[in-house]
Design a protein around this ligand. Sequence first.
Ligand code: NDP
Length: 339
Amino acid sequence: MMVTCKKYVLVKHFEGEPKPSDFVIVEEQLPAIKNNEILAEAEYLSVDPYMRLHVDSFPTGITMIGIQVGKIIESKSSKYPVGKRVVGNFGWRTHTVINIEDEKKYSMGLPHNYILPEIGDLPASVGLGVLGMPGNTAYFGFLDICQPKAGETLVVSGAAGAIGSLVGQIGKIKGLTVIGIAGSDDKCQWLKNECGFDHTINYKTQNVDVELKKLAPDGVDCYFDNVGGDISTTVMYQMKLFGRVSVCGHISSYNTDINAKPKTTILQPAIISSQLKIEGFIITRWADKWQEGIAQNLKWIQEGKLKYRETVTHGFENMFNAFAGMLKGENTGKAIVKV
Ligand code: NDP
């Protein structure tokens, strides 16, 4: 089958907020597949914060990085039959020819290019969210690092996003009191009404310092940090003795000049006086347990204990808008593009 694919080529490294002119959409005639190769057609593509952060380490001229769920429409690999869906590190492109057996390996440190596990009636897009990298980031990054105990208080920033919304719910499953910090009243309503968060703070309209003192007067045991910056400083100054902080991301500074020294905040008084344990992580740490995280999150979904939401943008030509919108907080839950 001869197919023409569309792909986003990075023509300029980002300066501040990504711009449409940082990309061009290019058409590419794909070759016929050979032994062990498949032809995959993108169904869902993921837009994630790491793309803003990491693409600068790649040269211009590359196809924009990213994970997708693609349907295998032609195959010369018995292990990857036509009709199956593959979670592939293929980039922002509509069609991909790949020697899947050679490249069935860790890409970007993660076990990509695998057949989407059995997910029952759920849409295949969950392979990019709750049953993919963000789901595993929430599961391992929270439980392994925060070591939460029932009765403790958990604060999650970026709480209504792909990872944060799951962290808070896992906190509820483990018996914690959960406070989510997010950027709109609608997001806060969703967290409380559907995700079971105990309390929320809208950081755009409320004073996080004042509200947190009211909601957690005895202090915070666990903090899952997706955003960094002032929000995180505020939370860390309200931690309890021996509190634990899992540092997942710092999206509040992703659009700043990477060559400029970041603004520093003096956290040492809080860290020392509360004897905090603060640990950063990269999800690749749990690559060997990948399917374990997916299986547990799936079980919780099936038991009705874990809710997920996706903000779906339609059309491959709207990839950029979905990406830029996610960075600005237009998504609730996982930001996905449906081709
Ligand atoms: P989200 O779905 O949470 O989307 C990003 C969200 O960030 C937006 O919806 C927006 O929500 C919020 N945001 C944007 N700007 C700011 C700001 N200035 N201050 C506070 N919040 C802001 O993304 P993910 O769940 O995919 O990722 C969450 C974090 O986890 C990111 O920092 C990401 O880089 C990190 N990450 C880390 C990994 C690791 O291995 N360490 C792996 C994967 C992700 P709002 O409306 O609330 O502002």
